[in-house]
Design a protein around this ligand. Sequence first.
Ligand code: FES
Length: 165
Amino acid sequence: MAEVGSPNSHQPVEIDYMELDTIIEEQFNRDKENLIMILQAIQRKYNYLPQASLIYLAEKIGVPISKIFGVGTFYSTFSLEPRGKHIISVCLGTACHVRGAQRVRESIQETLNIEDGQTTEDMRFTLESVRCLGCCSLGPVVRVNDDIHGRITSDMTGKILENYN
Ligand code: FES
């Protein structure tokens, strides 16, 4: 796997306002009742909720920006910080922990040269720890995006991550 260097410095992304209009107006009728679904759609596009997009959204649907930030910070599925193209979730729940999840996480940290919660400089990966992914019998479990990888050992992680470009 290529060296990825230090964690990213959170460069702002370019916002495509025409695409935002499509999401806000065409898909969700500019309806504030659809706020959470609009935020989900924005996060699907950028992998996080860019601040500029939230300010734009607030104006478009007539909801105070403070409320939109409040929703963005309340739900753990939303991120206000840039995240990588691929989200790696290492389960540190009890069943995975006793089977060596900590060593698996350390191996990923070493491979990617990032700490828990950080994103690689090339914006390819974000690493996060979670508590139970609901498939304890497969532990230790690592999820990459929607893919579940079970019975992982620390020497398998590099090979798995190579599949995500
Ligand atoms: S404890 Fe890891 S999947 Fe349940």
